[in-house]
Ligand binder design. Structure first.
Ligand SMILES: CC(C)(COP(=O)(O)OP(=O)(O)OC[C@H]1O[C@@H](n2cnc3c(N)ncnc32)[C@H](O)[C@@H]1OP(=O)(O)O)[C@@H](O)C(=O)NCCC(=O)NCCS
Length: 174
């Protein structure tokens, strides 16, 4: 299932499920992320992904682990470039909940792509009987907090001094 979307700045992106062929693009993506974005996503500095991490990121079953990528489509050259990824991993203890993580490459941040991916994932997750997303974020992550307020209900818990965990009830209203 693929969807062509237009971001706030008029650029076009293809949203589609992640595939094992995305492995190299995901491997390279760390080079395109600022240290701030890497920290916000992984809570530590990271200079590379292990093969196990890449297996986990790219071999998904679309039920236990649902993941989508956003690919930038350069309409002048037809070139494609990975722009973002979002995933939800179902809880084994509570299968109606899934832990989410989202990353947009810095040069594509702030144009509504995070919102588009979260909205897309929420719709698919709802169809697969997921009723709430959980996750972890820095207290200072204003764009992510702003996105989380668009869920039906948001509850946050202090995890560490600078880190919050959250539970966000579907649906998501963009
Ligand atoms: C957090 C992240 C996913 C957001 O994606 P994005 O594409 O940059 O965000 P969007 O353009 O969709 O904007 C999301 C909302 O935040 C708002 N926003 C953007 N920057 C903001 C800022 N600095 N302060 C406050 N709000 C901000 C936008 O206006 C938008 O709200 P609106 O739709 O009500 O106008 C992205 O910035 C990212 O990948 N960051 C690094 C990794 C990360 O933090 N992941 C989340 C933890 S898992």
């Amino acid at each position: 299932m693929e969807k062509l979307v237009t971001a706030k700045n008029g650029e076009q992106f293809i949203i589609r499920p992640i595939r094992s062929e995305d492995r190299e693009e995901i491997r390279k993506s760390l080079l395109k992320l600022s240290s701030n974005s890497i920290g916000q996503r992984f809570f530590a500095m990271k200079s590379g992904f292990s093969e196990e991490e890449l297996n986990f990121f790219t071999n998904v079953d679309d039920y236990q682990h649902i993941a989508y990528v956003a690919i930038h489509l350069n309409t002048d050259t037809d070139e494609l470039e990975g722009a973002g990824v979002i995933r939800a991993v179902r809880s084994k203890k509570n299968p109606q909940q899934a832990e989410i993580a989202v990353t947009i490459i810095d040069k594509f941040q702030g144009i509504g792509l995070g919102k588009i991916l979260l909205s897309f994932l929420s719709d698919r997750a709802g169809e697969k009987a997921i009723t709430a997303f959980t996750g972890t974020l820095y207290r200072t992550n204003s764009p992510m907090i702003r996105l989380l307020t668009k869920f039906k209900k948001l509850t946050t818990f202090a995890k560490e001094s600078q880190i919050l965990s959250f539970e966000a009830e579907l649906p998501f209203k963009a």
